[in-house]
Design a protein around this ligand. Structure first.
Ligand SMILES: [Zn+2]
Length: 200
């Protein structure tokens, strides 16, 4: 890819190409044809995004290994983790729910974190990772499937619904996944274009 192609940005709304320039903090670049937002000058530096990503990785590991919900029904206590909830949906005949939950709450967030780390760690050290362009493109697609917040809200809703039937208590995993949701929002707000700038 040539330097000239590197610095082009295509509007996702109307497809017109613009020459990309690094933005100052707090500024917004808009499409000259349709006024769609092309990018924002972000306050977060590469190292801050790396730190947020490492924190998200730790919170995600806690989130998938600890109980998200514990139930106490007439003295019988039952707790479940995120993978446990997915396998329970599968064995309970809700295969589609299980597959969608596994993709959006487990696989996509794990890929999102792994790819970010794979790209950010070498960039922070001043090196360009192998397959950089492929990784950034994959990240763009993975971002669309990354919906750990839907699972978190789903568990919160079931907590409210179960409140009258059983003693339902949110587990540490749910708080960790809530933290992951907020960290992802912070990481995603920086967008992907800042990654390309690091090459220059
Ligand atoms: Zn446009």
């Amino acid at each position: 890819m040539s330097r000239e192609q590197d610095s082009l940005v295509v509007c996702e709304q109307c497809g017109s190409a613009h020459r990309w320039l690094p933005l100052a903090h707090g500024t917004i670049a808009r499409c000259t044809r349709c006024d769609a937002v092309l990018g924002r000058g972000h306050r977060l530096a590469l190292r801050s995004i790396l730190a947020l990503t490492i924190t998200a990785a730790i919170a995600f590991l806690i989130g998938i290994s600890s109980d998200v919900l514990s139930l106490d029904m007439r003295g019988v206590a039952k707790a479940t983790t995120l993978p446990g909830a997915i396998s329970a949906s599968w064995s309970g005949g809700q295969e589609i729910v299980a597959v969608v939950a596994a993709i959006t709450a487990l696989i996509a967030p794990a890929l999102f974190i792994a790819l970010r780390l794979y790209v950010l760690v070498p960039l922070a050290a001043g090196r360009t990772p192998r397959g950089f362009a492929f990784c950034v493109r994959t990240l763009h697609h993975v971002g669309r499937w990354n919906m750990v917040e839907v699972f978190t809200i789903g568990v919160l809703l079931s907590l409210v619904r179960l409140a009258g039937l059983a003693d339902a208590v949110p587990g540490p995993g749910l708080f960790a996944l809530g933290a992951v949701t907020m960290l992802f929002a912070a990481i995603e707000s920086a967008g992907l274009k800042h990654l390309w700038w690091q090459l220059r």
